[in-house]
Design a protein around this ligand. Structure first.
Ligand code: SME
Length: 161
């Protein structure tokens, strides 16, 4: 199988609809979470501008453990009471942080990161993990990005068996 990514066009919501369609095509018929997380991280990292880290942390029943990602090597384990990822996992609410330096307890894996979006992954009421995106630009993520990336995260959750 070869995958050709088609450049995104139009308004931001239109671009996210195209990206979600590419994500669905990429994951179609494949339930393996490592394979799907790896391909989604690569798809999103290369499709969207101004990102320095895109990837997954999986909940091992106690804490978050790093999964497939694109970007610099990252912290391996994050307790649920730590960092932006821990907050997303604990509250099961997307965390959109304009300026990570103003977020108490932010964990700096890559010193270049200045803003962050973390979407919790929940299936049948069980916490699977989080989908984490970092940007070197303050305020990189707006409400359109949040909605668009929550939809991409949902594509991942729906592919799980
Ligand atoms: N900044 C995150 C840690 C993970 S890295 O960004 C890849 C946090 O505060 O939870």
């Amino acid at each position: 199988m070869s995958f050709t990514s088609i450049p995104l066009t139009g308004s931001k919501p239109e671009q996210y609809a195209q990206l979600a369609a590419q994500a669905r095509a990429l994951l179609a018929g494949e339930p393996d979470r490592v394979a799907n997380a790896a391909n989604l991280a690569a798809l999103v990292y290369h499709a969207l501008p101004d990102l320095n880290w895109v990837g997954f942390y999986f909940h091992d029943g106690r804490e978050l453990v790093v999964g497939p990602f694109q970007g610099l090597p990252a912290c391996v384990r994050i307790p649920l009471d730590k960092g932006v990822c821990g907050a997303a996992a604990r509250t099961r609410q997307t965390q959109r942080v304009e300026d990570v330096e103003a977020f108490p307890g932010h964990i700096a894996c890559d010193a270049a990161s200045r803003s962050e979006l973390v979407v919790p992954l929940v299936k049948d009421d069980a916490l699977i993990g989080v989908f984490d995106l970092d940007s070197p630009r303050v305020g990189r993520f707006d409400a359109d990005d949040q909605r668009g990336l929550e939809a991409i995260a949902q594509v991942f959750v729906e592919a799980l068996r």
